[in-house]
Design a binder for this molecule. Structure first.
Ligand SMILES: [Zn+2]
Length: 203
C-alpha cells in the first residue's frame, strides 16, 4: 500500500461521548489531532493520545513492520479511531420521524413478509390502524409491501394473519451511522457494537 492510499484510509470518528458519528480519511483525522480538536484512540487499550504520544507509541512498534506515515519529525501508525474532544452532537438529538428515516430503519424491507420489492412498492403501514386510533410514530409505523398492506387493510396484524418480524422502535441516530462494510476495520467493532448495545438499552 502506498503512502497516498494510507492517507485516504477511513478512520472512525467518535464524538466526545464515544459514539461513532462518521468516518474521515486518515489525513483529515491527523489534521484534527494536530489542531488539538481530537485524540487518537488506541483500540486495544482505549488509551487516548495526542500527536506526540502517538508518535512515541508508533515508534515503539516500528520494528513490527507496520505501515507508517512519515514526516521529518513524526512517524505515525495510521490512526483507526479518533475521539473528538468537544463535539457532543448529534448524539443527543432524536432521529426525526420521517419517511426517509423510516425506510432506513426498516432497510427497505417489508416488516411482515421480509420482501424487498424496491421503494416504489413499499408503503408506510400503521400497525394499529389510524381508524382505530393508531398514531404516526416510530413505534406504530413500519414498511409494508403492497400485498401485505392490502391484506392488512384496517385490521390488526393478528386479525390479518400477519406477524411483525420485529417490534418497531424509535431508532437512535447511532443506528443510522452507516459504515459500508468494505470500509470497516476490525478495531471498530467494539465501538460500533457499543453503540448498538446502547441503542438496545434505551428506555
Ligand atoms: Zn410484505
Amino acid at each position: 500500500m502506498n503512502a497516498e492510499n494510507v492517507l485516504q484510509r477511513p478512520t472512525l470518528v467518535l464524538n466526545r461521548r464515544w459514539m461513532p458519528i462518521r468516518t474521515a480519511p486518515v489525513q483529515d483525522a491527523i489534521g484534527l489531532v494536530a489542531k488539538g480538536t481530537a485524540m487518537i484512540i488506541e483500540p486495544e487499550s482505549f488509551e487516548t493520545h495526542d500527536l506526540l504520544s502517538w508518535n512515541d507509541f508508533s515508534r515503539a512498534r516500528e520494528r513490527f513492520g507496520l505501515v507508517m506515515i512519515r514526516s521529518p519529525r513524526l512517524a505515525l501508525v495510521p490512526p483507526e479511531v479518533i475521539l473528538l474532544k468537544t463535539y457532543e452532537g448529534p448524539g443527543g438529538r432524536a432521529v426525526v420521524f420521517s419517511r426517509k428515516n423510516l425506510f432506513k430503519r426498516d432497510r427497505y424491507t417489508c416488516q411482515y413478509c421480509g420482501l424487498q420489492p424496491g421503494p416504489e412498492e413499499l408503503t408506510v403501514d400503521h400497525v394499529v390502524p389510524r381508524s382505530r386510533g393508531g398514531v404516526s410514530s416510530w413505534e406504530n409505523c413500519v414498511l409494508a409491501c403492497v400485498d401485505c398492506n392490502k391484506r392488512k387493510a384496517d385490521l390488526s396484524p393478528a386479525q390479518a394473519g400477519l406477524r411483525l418480524r420485529k417490534s418497531p422502535k424509535k431508532p437512535s441516530w447511532k443506528a443510522l451511522v452507516q459504515v459500508p462494510s468494505r470500509d470497516r476495520r476490525e478495531s471498530w467493532d467494539k465501538f460500533l457494537s457499543r453503540a448498538y448495545w446502547e441503542v438496545e438499552l434505551e428506555p
